[in-house]
Design a protein around this ligand. Sequence first.
Ligand SMILES: [Cu+2]
Ligand SMILES: [Zn+2]
Length: 212
Amino acid sequence: MQLGWTMKSTRAWLLLSMIVAAGCASAEPVESASAELRGSSTSTSTPIIVPLSAKSGSSLTGTAVLTEEPSGGVRVVIDVAGIAPGEHGAHVHQNGDCSSPDAMSAGDHFTPQRHPHGLPPTEPRHIGDFGNLVVGEDGRGRLEIVAPHASLRADDPCSFVDRAIVIHAHRDDGGQPSGNAGARVGCGVIRSADYGAGGFTRVLARNASSVR
Ligand SMILES: [Cu+2]
Ligand SMILES: [Zn+2]
């Protein structure tokens, strides 16, 4: 028992020191080298499709599509409809939990590096601070951005997998601690690509590559 605890805490310490030392990678050589070591370099480009659900009494509909960039980072494309014209803050929040009606279950902004909140392209900022989605008179809006320090790998402390995307009622003004963007009108959990429809695509890709 004593030994077990010691080993566990040693492992936790090692993990912690690795995080502190490495931060959230964005440098290409480190990214591709570690992906190669894990033999997972073929699976990183599978898009994750995140359905967004209406929250706080809104009529929002929409999706987010997340794809790992070949040179590191995650490309995020968010499409929404059914919300008020104007700017709407969009972020990754730390809990992959959109179960509460006001989406407060998603918790605070995801910040494995413990940076302050910010508007892109300001650095440093929270790893999933996407700035504002601009919605037109027709209630539709699109935001496309690359989060340079994030990944979609399940074993990476800077991964967006098992976190949540939240769309807000108001504009993110860049203020602390989270941009004063008001109520949470949309929320979607970022599931691994092995989950649901994305998982099916990934299995097909895997099968195709194992034939040769
Ligand atoms: Cu937010
Ligand atoms: Zn933030």
